[in-house]
Each structure stands twice: as structure tokens, then as C-alpha cells.
Ligand binder design. Structure first.
Ligand code: NAD
Length: 435
């Protein structure tokens, strides 16, 4: 099929590459000329495992191309996927101006029937507004359908998630549009759930909110574990072994961050408030999440007494491992907090250093080229992102290179007993202090 993706970021580019991989002919549009130039030059503007080779292979096979022209995109695709940002506003509600703009742009070039698909995460009832907007601006009589097809990929495993999704949700109001969408996804051999548009839109916010709730549940447990001397990892294993609960997303740590969870939970709260059906449970999820960072910083302050001029190493800047994405990263919030209290911070991340260097805090920290270099002479080490390579650092070398043996493990990555054996004082989350 001929498909167009409008917005070629983490979601759009990866989706476009995966659609091309299964045989579709895909045009990816982006209005950032630098991004399109980079892609046309054969480079990938983001880090996502497996993406570079997939893009190169499908560009070479002439199934994937890039453009800044929405007109070219509308002309090419039978189905037009919108994958532009839906950032949060100050009150937590979603800024839908990118979506509205794309709807107007599409309407300008619409000549014959197209399915317009909202892949961006949007509040329930956005599909209705997109359809209204296109109808208002398009040539009279031109046919189109709007469909909601939320995306559930996880950064860091986006290619794998797209190629083998748990489910595909298609929310549409006409058989014609749903049939075309089923054809798009036929090669993926994944379960397809067909719903109305409003339900599909709600599914995405409800799913992310539930995952955030699970994380906050584990984090609330971690505080009780610390107070009682229990080990939150064992508790999570014990409850997660129950198939009705499941072990995933029960890892206590610094809380959720990234470009999706904080904004989607805030959006869902705002949506529920606007509808007069407040979702107060989610406000508690947010409160617990913030409290985790505060408690972590309090723990560092309490152990080190004074942060001013303390030489600290921070491992991890990305919001999670296997990505270079630093948007709303909790790791960066931790670094900013330490810097604001006068600490002398050296950071290291395997993939996210370039993106982090573009942020305001970058001028106030030093960037190291390896975990051990970051830790050289440090009076404490803070682990803020659970990159697997941090777990395999030689603890004996780490002990030798650091000035004082303190580890604050915000992701429960290091074995506390092994750390203590090498002479470290170790503080994880929900596991007490081990020395
Ligand atoms: P992103 O910022 O990485 O990419 C969005 C792209 O859209 C950018 O490249 C931007 O230049 C482009 N763009 C903006 N306006 C445009 C326009 N008028 N025409 C063409 N291109 C335009 O964002 P993302 O992370 O890919 O997220 C996109 C949407 O998908 C959001 O709604 C997000 O909530 C949702 N989502 C994201 C993830 C994720 O893990 N990143 C997962 C599921 C859903």
C-alpha cells in the first residue's frame, strides 16, 4: 500500500521504517528541514536499536523516502498517519495546535478519498475535531475518514514493538476506513481490536496511566520497605508472580519520566476534570512519582551532609536505557537538583550525551567519556538510568577510582551485597542501607 507519515520523530520515523519493511511504500514528511536533510543524507537523527539498518535497507529498496512537503505526502498516501507532537500545556492539558495545523495542511491538498489516522496520543474526541477541521477547510464534497490508531511502542525497543505488537487498536466509524487499516496491518499478524474512535483514543491514555500507576504502586511500596527493612525487589517478585498482577512495571526507582508518561497522565487528569469526572487516583500517582525524586535527593543530602562543592558522579541521562531521549528525564532532574545545591557534577551516558548537551544544565556539569572516568575522584556515585553497562562495571576498579565509597542507586541496578563486599556504602530504593 502507499502510506504517508506526517511527523518523522521517534514514532513517525520508526513506524514508517517498519511499514516499509513489511512491503508498503512509505513517504515520511517532516516540517523540520534539518531533520529531513539528515535523513536524506542517510543519517538517523535519533538512536533506536535496529532503526538505522532498517531505514537504510528500505531507502535502498525504494520503499521509504523523506520530504518536507505535506503536499507530496497527501498526494502519495492512501492512508495518512499523523505522528506530530502533542506536548503538555502549563495546566497539564494537551497542546493540540500541531494536530490542528496538520489537519489544515492536509485539507488544503485533499483531492480524493483518504484515511487520516491519528497516531499521536490525543485526548478523547480529538478525532471528531480533526474531521470537523478538515471538512471546514477542504474542497466541498471531497471524501475522507478519520481513524484513531494509537501507538504503544516503547522507546529503546520501538522497532521490535512495532514489528510484533501485543495488539493493534483501530478506532473508526466507517467500514471503508477500517478495511483499509486492516490491510495496512495485515502483514504484522498481530491481534487487531476494532473500536469506535473515542474508545481508541481513551485506550491510549488509560493504558499509559495504568502503567504509571503500577510504577507508583511499587514506589509507594519502596517507602514502606525502607521503613520496615523489607526488600522491595523481593516484594515485587512475590506479587508479580501472580499472573493477574504480572512482574513488569513493578520496579521501584526514581519514578517515571520521559516524553510520554508524565504528559499523558497529566493529560488524562485534565481530560477527566474537563468532563466533570475527576480521576483523583491519578493525582496520587503523580504525587508518589514526584515524592520518589524528593526522597532520593533527601537521602543523598542526609548521607553526604553538605552538597556544596561535593564532587559527584552521575551515571545516566536518558529517561531510560537504550535510548538517547532526554525529554522529561528524571535523571536530568536529579542532576539539576544536585547542581542547584552547588555540587560539582560529572555525568556520563552511553547514548544521550549529545542530546543532553543541548539542554540548559549542560554548561554547569562536566561530561565524561566512560562510567569510570565520571567516577574518578568522586565522593559519591549516583545511578540515575538503568543502562545494562553500568551493572557490569568492575566494582573493584570503581572503588579504587572514587575518593569516597558511596553509591546511591536510583534504579536498583547494583547488587547491594557485592557493593558492600567491595567496601561501598550502598543505598538503593526500598532496600535500606547496606555497608
Ligand atoms: P517527536 O517530537 O520525536 O516527533 C514529532 C515530529 O513531528 C518532529 O520531527 C517534528 O518536526 C514533526 N512535526 C511537527 N509539526 C509538523 C508538521 N506540521 N508537519 C510535519 N511534521 C511536523 O515526537 P514523538 O516522540 O514521535 O511523538 C509523537 C506523538 O506520538 C506524540 O503524540 C506522542 O505522545 C506519541 N507517542 C510517542 C511515543 C514515544 O515513545 N515517543 C510512544 C507512543 C506515542
Amino acid at each position: 500500500m502507499k502510506l504517508t507519515i506526517i511527523g518523522s520523530g521517534y514514532v513517525g520515523l520508526t513506524t514508517g521504517a517498519c511499514f516499509a519493511e513489511v512491503g508498503h511504500h512509505v513517504v515520511c514528511v517532516d516540517n523540520d528541514p534539518r531533520k529531513v536533510e539528515t535523513l536524506l543524507a542517510g543519517q538517523i537523527p535519533i538512536y533506536e536499536p535496529g532503526l538505522e539498518s532498517l531505514v537504510k535497507k528500505n531507502v535502498a529498496a525504494k520503499r521509504l523516502r523523506f520530504t518536507t512537503s505535506t503536499e507530496e505526502g497527501v498526494d502519495h498516501g492512501e492512508v495518512l498517519f499523523i505522528a506530530v507532537p502533542t506536548p503538555p500545556q502549563a495546566d497539564g492539558s494537551v497542546d493540540l495546535s500541531f494536530i490542528e495545523k496538520v489537519a489544515r495542511e492536509i485539507s488544503q491538498f485533499l483531492d480524493s478519498y483518504r484515511v487520516i489516522v491519528d497516531k499521536s496520543t490525543v485526548p478523547v474526541k480529538t478525532g471528531e475535531r480533526v474531521a470537523q477541521t478538515i471538512r471546514r477547510y477542504a474542497k466541498p464534497g471531497v471524501e475522507f475518514d478519520v481513524v484513531s490508531n494509537p501507538e504503544f511502542l516503547r522507546e529503546g525497543s520501538a522497532v521490535a514493538d512495532l514489528m510484533k505488537p501485543d495488539r493493534i487498536v483501530i478506532g473508526g466509524n466507517t467500514d471503508r476506513a477500517i478495511a483499509l487499516m486492516q490491510k495496512v496491518y495485515e502483514p504484522f499478524a498481530a491481534p487487531v481490536l476494532v473500536t469506535d474512535i473515542n474508545s481508541a483514543e481513551l485506550i491510549k491514555h488509560a493504558a499509559n496511566s495504568f502503567l504509571a500507576l503500577k510504577i507508583s504502586y511499587a514506589n509507594a511500596l519502596s517507602e514502606i520497605c525502607e521503613a520496615s527493612g523489607a526488600d522491595v525487589i523481593k516484594v515485587a517478585e512475590g506479587i508479580g508472580a501472580d499472573k493477574r498482577i504480572g512482574r513488569e512495571f513493578l520496579n521501584a526507582g526514581l519514578g517515571y519520566g520521559g516524553s510520554c508518561f508524565p504528559k499523558d497522565i497529566a493529560a488524562f487528569i485534565a481530560i477527566a476534570d474537563q468532563m466533570g469526572t475527576p480521576f483523583t487516583l491519578l493525582k496520587e500517582v503523580q504525587r508518589i512519582n514526584q515524592r520518589q525524586i524528593d526522597r532520593f535527593i533527601d537521602g543523598i543530602r542526609e548521607a553526604l551532609w553538605v552538597l556544596k562543592d561535593k564532587k559527584l558522579a552521575v551515571w545516566g541521562l536518558a529517561f531510560k536505557p537504550n535510548t538517547d531521549d532526554v525529554r522529561s528525564s528524571v535523571a536530568i532532574s536529579v542532576v539539576e537538583k544536585l547542581v542547584s545545591e552547588g555540587a560539582d557534577v560529572t555525568v556520563y551516558d552511553p547514548k544521550a550525551m549529545d542530546k543532553a548537551k543541548e539542554l540548559a544544565f549542560a554548561s554547569k556539569v562536566k561530561f565524561a567519556t566512560s562510567p569510570l572516568e565520571a567516577a574518578a575522584g568522586a565522593e559519591a556515585l549516583i545511578i540515575a538510568t538503568e543502562w545494562p553497562e553500568f551493572a557490569s562495571v568492575d566494582l573493584s576498579e570503581l572503588r579504587t577510582t572514587m575518593r569516597a565509597p558511596m553509591i546511591f542507586d536510583g534504579r536498583n541496578l547494583i547488587d547491594p551485597v557485592a557493593a558492600a563486599d567491595f567496601g561501598f556504602q550502598y543505598r538503593g530504593i526500598g532496600r535500606g542501607v547496606v555497608e
